[in-house]
Design a protein around this ligand. Structure first.
Ligand code: NAD
Length: 390
């Protein structure tokens, strides 16, 4: 149970790049990082507009001299301070992640980076090599991976409760961009422009989320080949897709599908994962995150509730309040952030082994997301053909 007791020796001195006043995702980074006092926000380059960023930083109670106009100026100045930053979160549009992450690692900082980590697998591997060489953590914010019922699903699958795994059915299919809303919304505008979003829209923007949940639940699963078909229903978005279907074959005989969409009209989020085994199935839906549906063939369906003592110990460790009260995205992110902090502290002590046991979406998760998108785009652009997973 999490009760607010400090989990690290002292809060990690932390900064943000991006996540400015009007950003979609900046607040949840701060909320999650600061919630359990494992990080302390001491600096930032919060905005592409330096003045707006400085003004916002002051309103976040960051000292004036530590509200920077750009990230490189921040890394240079902070490196000269005895109380300089130790970690940075990157919450900027996709096209900037690689350069900022690289610069942060060169500055010797631990990093939490938004997904997708970068545009190409070659870039991701470069970041991985750099993180290894520098002994730094790179965490990636697949937020719901921090939810306790995802850990429960992982434990149940490992325990054989589902039998042999046959099918994984995933989706993240919302309807918010069923029309060309990007004209009036800067946060959507860059998402449909390959210069800023990279080689894909919905595959990278939403598809990688349930993909990572499948990696958490089924760590041994390896994709053998896949087929992706992608469409731009709002024509101006081409070549980027606003809808995609992916079929996957895994080593060992299991199969999977993933539907990523921003044009599923009427759907709120529609992020779901259903894992089907030879004896039973599990289903989790982010719009009802506190319930995990467990269906054993031939028996009435069961609804497993977060916080109940019939869950595996792993799924109870991060509870913040008893069962019945909802915990959701904000708590899941906080769970990730406190684990990021523990991993960073462990690395600082040279304990890479401990850092590796914390179950965080790390540089490997970042690389895998980029790799999957790259393979999907290759298949789609070959006319939706099966491609061996490269
Ligand atoms: P946004 O456009 O709403 O906000 C981007 C912010 O970054 C703005 O404040 C902007 O001023 C700032 N910025 C841009 N370039 C900058 C630079 N070079 N230096 C400093 N600040 C800069 O975007 P968003 O929706 O918040 O998305 C940001 C990132 O977060 C994207 O990579 C996106 O994929 C990711 N995201 C992740 C999740 C998740 O669940 N993990 C959810 C939403 C967005």
């Amino acid at each position: 149970m999490i009760n607010g007791e400090l989990k690290v020796a002292r809060p990690i001195r932390w900064a943000m790049v991006g996540g400015g006043r009007a950003s979609q995702i900046g607040y949840i980074h701060r909320s999650a990082a600061l919630r359990d006092n494992v990080f302390k926000l001491v600096a930032g380059a919060f905005d592409i507009d330096p003045e707006r960023g400085r003004d916002f930083g002051l309103r976040l109670q960051v000292e004036a001299e530590r509200c920077y106009g750009d990230y490189q100026a921040m890394f240079d100045a902070e490196a000269k301070r005895p109380d300089g930053i130790q970690a940075v979160s990157i919450a900027t549009p996709n096209g900037t992640h690689f350069a900022i992450c690289k610069a942060a690692l060169h500055a010797g900082l631990h990093v939490v980076c938004e997904k997708p980590l970068c545009f190409t697998l070659a870039e991701a591997q470069e970041l991985r090599a750099l993180a290894e060489a520098k002994g730094r953590i790179v965490g990636v914010t697949y937020g719901y991976a921090g939810h306790q019922l995802i850990r429960q699903a992982r434990a149940m699958i490992a325990n054989g409760d589902l039998g042999e795994i046959r099918i994984i059915n995933m989706q993240f299919a919302h309807g918010f961009h069923s029309e060309a809303v990007e004209g009036a919304n800067p946060s959507t505008q860059w998402r449909v422009d390959p210069r800023f979003a990279g080689p894909s829209y919905v595959l990278g923007d939403v598809g990688t989320h349930p993909l990572y949940l499948s990696e958490v639940m089924l760590p041994a699963l390896k994709i053998k080949r896949l087929l992706c078909s992608r469409q731009s229903f709002v024509k101006s978005r081409a070549p980027l897709e606003d809808n995609a279907f992916v079929m996957m074959e895994y080593e060992g005989g299991a199969v999977g599908t993933l539907w990523a969409s921003a044009v599923n009209a009427g759907s709120m989020h529609g992020q779901k994962i259903r894992v089907i085994g030879s004896k039973a199935s599990l289903e989790w839906w982010d719009e009802h995150p506190n319930q995990l549906i467990y269906e054993v063939q031939g028996k009435p369906a069961q609804v497993l509730e977060r916080g109940m003592d019939y869950l595996y110990p792993d799924a109870l460790e991060d509870d913040r309040i008893g069962a019945g009260h909802p915990e959701g995205l904000f708590e899941a992110w906080s769970n990730l952030y406190y684990r990021f902090a523990l991993a960073m502290e462990a690395m600082d002590k040279g304990d890479a082994a401990l850092a590796g046991t914390l179950g965080i979406p790390d540089i490997e998760a970042g690389c895998e997301g980029v790799r999957w998108v790259e393979n999907c785009v290759r298949s789609a652009d070959l006319g939706a053909t099966w491609v061996d997973y490269a």
